[in-house]
Write a protein of this length. Sequence first.
Length: 535
Amino acid sequence: MPRSTSGSLVLLALVVLCFSCAAAKPPPNVQGVKILAFFGFSSQSHNNFYNALTTELAERGHDLTVVTSYPMKNPPSKNYKQIDAKVARELFSKFNTVQASTESVVERLGKWRESAEFFMMCTKVINMTEVKDLMKEKFDLVLVPMFMNECGYPFAWLNKAPLILLAPTGVASLYELGNGNPEPTSYVPNLFLPFTDHMTFAERLINTLVTHIVNFIRFYFHFPAVDAATKEIFGPDTPTVAELQKSASLQIINGHFSLNYPRPFIPAIIEAGGMQIKKNSSPLPKDLQEFLDGATDGAIFFSMGSILKAKDMPPEIVEAFTSAFNELPQRVIWKWEPEVLPGKPKNVKTGAWLPQQSILAHPNLKLFITHGGLLSTQEASYHGIPLVGIPMMGDQLLNVLRSENMGYALQLSYTNISKESILSTVKRVLNEPKFLAKAKELQTRVHDQPQTPLERAVFWTEYVLRHNGAPHLRSAAVDLEWYQLHLLDVYAFLIAFASIPLILTCCIIKKLCCSKGDRNSNPQNETVTKKKKKN
Ligand SMILES: *[C@@H]1O[C@H](CO)[C@@H](O)[C@H](O)[C@H]1NC(C)=O
Ligand SMILES: *[C@@H]1O[C@H](CO)[C@@H](O)[C@H](O)[C@H]1NC(C)=O
C-alpha cells in the first residue's frame, strides 16, 4: 500500500513538474524597443497618467522618445528623451477653469472658435521642427492618447509600428467611433453628463443623444480638421484619423470596475485605472510631515487640481473657505499658488506644489476636498479617504456623483459656496462614520487585484510587441458600418417582414368591410354619396 502510494505520488509530482515546465516556457522576450510617445496636448494630471507608463517602460530598458507639454525634471534614465511641446502648455495656462465652469452652455457655444483652437492644439505640436525631425527616426511602437492628440497617430503608419492608444478619461464612450467597443448608452453614462449607471427614460434619451452628438462632432468636424493638418505635415497619403484609430492594437484606459461602474470591454481595452498611483508613496517634505504628524484632531487636504488655479477664485469664495477652516479643529493643507493667502487661519498650511499621493497616505488625513478630477478620486479611493467634491467642469460632476453614490463623498456645489455650506458638508463627512466606512470598503476593493494597474498596462504593451501588433485582439466591429453594428438593417428587415401579415390582414379586413358595406348600404351613406355626386 505505502509503496503504491509513494509510486503514484512520484508519478503525480512528475506530471505536475512537466505541466509547470510547459507553463513556465517564457514568451519571446522584447528588449530595448524604441518607443515614441506623443503626449503633445495634455493637462498636468493626464500627464501623470501617461508618465507612469513611459517611466516604467524606460525602467524596463526600453528606449523612450516622449513629446510632452510637461517634461519631467528628472527623467528616469538616459534613454528617456523628452521634447518640450511648450505651445500646448502655454495655451493650457491661459485657460480659466473657474470662468469656464460658471458659463452657461449657450455662452460656451458662442465661444466655439476659441474651443476649436484649443482642441486643435496638437496640430501646432506636429508642426514643431523637433517633432518633424522625428519623422526621420525609426520607432517600433507608438503611444498616443486618444484625447485631442490624434495628430500623433500617423507616426505609427510612418513607422509601420503598432499603435497603442491611451484614454486618460477612463470612460470610453467618447471614443465610440472606431474602437469597436460596445457603448450601451442605456447604462453607461456619458462623460459630460451628471448621470449614474441607473438612468430614467429621460436620462437615457439625453445620454443617447449627447453621446451621438459628441461622436458626430468628433467624426465630422474634429477629425477632418486634424486630417487636413496631418496630410500637410506627414504627406498627402497619410491615412485619416478614423482609419488609423481603427488600426490601433490596444487601448489602455484610465478606469477600473472597482472605481467605475461595471461595463463591457473588448479584450483590446485594458483597464489600468490608477496606474499613476505609487505602491510606496515618496516621503513627505519635512515641514509637511511635521504639520501632519502634529494634527492630533486629524487633517484635511484641499486641492482643486492642476488646471484650476486658486488665484482665479473670487475673493468671497476664498473668504468663505478661510472663515470655515478657522472654525475647524482639524489642520488643513491647501494647494494655493500665490505666496500669501489673505486671512490665512493658524491651522492652515498652503503650498503651490504638494505631493498629493504622500499627503493622502498620511494616517492623520481624514478628508479630501477636491474638484473631483478622475485621478484625484482614484488616489483618494486607493488611500481610503472620504471626499467633499466641488465639481467644476468636464467629467468632474460625473466622478463626484459616482463617489456620492458609492457612499464615501458629498457634493458641494460651486454656486452654493458659503461658510455655512462648507462647514455643514465638511462636518457631515467628518462626523458621520458611514463615509469613512465606505471609503475603507472601496480601498479594500481597489487593492484586491491580481496585479497593479501599471503592471497590467506594461504587460499588455509588451504583449503587443511580442505578437507583432496583436492583430488577433482586433474586434470585427470596427469593420462594420454603424447601422450594421447596431443591427438597424436587420431590425428594419425584421420589422418589414413582421408587418407583412399585419398589412395583409388589414387589406383583407378592409375588403370584407367594404364589400359588406356595399351589400347593406345604409341610407346615410347614400345621402353622402348623393351629395358628393351633386358637387
Ligand atoms: C505650420 O507652420 C507653418 C509656418 O509657420 C504654417 O504656414 C502652417 O500653416 C502650419 N501648419 C499647420 C498644420 O499648423
Ligand atoms: C446650499 O447650502 C445650504 C447650506 O448652507 C444648504 O442648506 C442648501 O441645501 C444648499 N443648496 C443647494 C442647492 O445645494
